[in-house]
Design a protein around this ligand. Sequence first.
Ligand SMILES: Cc1cc2nc3c(=O)[nH]c(=O)nc-3n(C[C@H](O)[C@H](O)[C@H](O)COP(=O)(O)OP(=O)(O)OC[C@H]3O[C@@H](n4cnc5c(N)ncnc54)[C@H](O)[C@@H]3O)c2cc1C
Length: 391
Amino acid sequence: VTVQGGNTGLVGGGVPAAGSDTVLLSLTRLDEREPVDVAARQVTVGAGVRLSALQQHAGAAGLDFGVDLAARDSATVGGLVATNAGGIRVLRHGSMREQVAGAEAVLADGTVISRLTGLPKDNTGYDLTQLLAGSEGTLAVITRLRLRLVGVPAQRAVALVAVESTAAAISLIGRVRDELPDLQAAELFYRAGLDLVREQTGVPEPFTEPAPAYLVLECAGRTDPTDVMLEVLGSADGVLDATVAGDLAGQRRLWAYRESHTEAINAAGVPVKLDVSIPMGGLDAFVAEVPGAIAAAAPKARLILFGHVNEGNLHVNVLDAVDEGEEVTDAVLQVVARYGGSISSEHGIGRAKVPWLHLSRSPAELAAMRAIKNALDPAGLLNPGVLLPDD
Ligand SMILES: Cc1cc2nc3c(=O)[nH]c(=O)nc-3n(C[C@H](O)[C@H](O)[C@H](O)COP(=O)(O)OP(=O)(O)OC[C@H]3O[C@@H](n4cnc5c(N)ncnc54)[C@H](O)[C@@H]3O)c2cc1C
């Protein structure tokens, strides 16, 4: 049985293996949304509810949902939990597992487990709900979720900042986090990505002089953060230029430089897509080393890097390397492992990354994961070949 939500996953976990006689189980009709529990700031919804529908539902009650990502109109909450999705607001609210207060799920033998009361304190043994976060459909079919909601900030400001290097971006994040407690997002991209976005979408050069790297910063709170942002950016080391937008149209315009990356890359060719995270102390050195590793595997490749810099999460997109996809993947993930990073920061393992899972998980961890899988799904019915290698 292959479990599928919105089928927006980027590692093939919700897609049956070619030639297999798998049953595809779509959860998209489980789209019931119960009334928002405003006092608890929680809501119970079916696993097939789309992220944008959840956001609208929460919004109608004056609240919001802590996770947001560009696949919001298709991705389901069941899929988001099963992949422990991240996105642009992890810095502020954490990833998907932090939003989950309870779940109902069906085990491989048909048993239903249900913990939907959403108690904030509940130390009564193993946390089965959290076990399902990141399980990629291999342990159970999630059918309903009890989700935490967050408040809607009254004021918001977005900055686009040109910086002289990755090191300057990292040090700016440290300073901004200290001085702007309402920081919501910090996204990094580089000159090569901006050139491609400009080429594909026609957006103008943001500043008079080109810069090696750029950050999009978003702050939101009860009071207007614009002045504090301008003050911090005006006095920070390594900042070459900056612009801040307080109005919605201006904010969208600045966000587009970062959010158009995926679309621009896909329009330019078929990329090798990797999603890695590196401990913050090694991020700068990793960014310097990875182009050489890619060039050795695929001399004509074009590298576009961008990502969620506060978590050391970089999306490594490599164009013009379709024929050398496996070599490029291996080269980059070996470097990631050497830096003590993760071979999958937020997209999961699915089918695509199974051969490299051992680079991020020890034999002891893999054995423990296998033992959990065997205990809950002894016949291996759920998502065979996904996350863990076949026995
Ligand atoms: C344009 C775009 C932008 C994206 N941006 C981000 C981003 O910023 N951050 C990020 O983390 N991801 C991102 N993604 C990846 C994707 O949106 C997430 O992985 C999302 O969580 C997948 O949800 P889905 O409903 O589409 O799941 P699917 O793709 O259908 O399935 C994903 C996995 O979850 C399992 N699954 C699905 N539903 C259930 C269920 N009810 N019970 C048990 N298992 C289930 C599947 O078997 C599969 O292993 C992006 C994707 C796209 C296309």
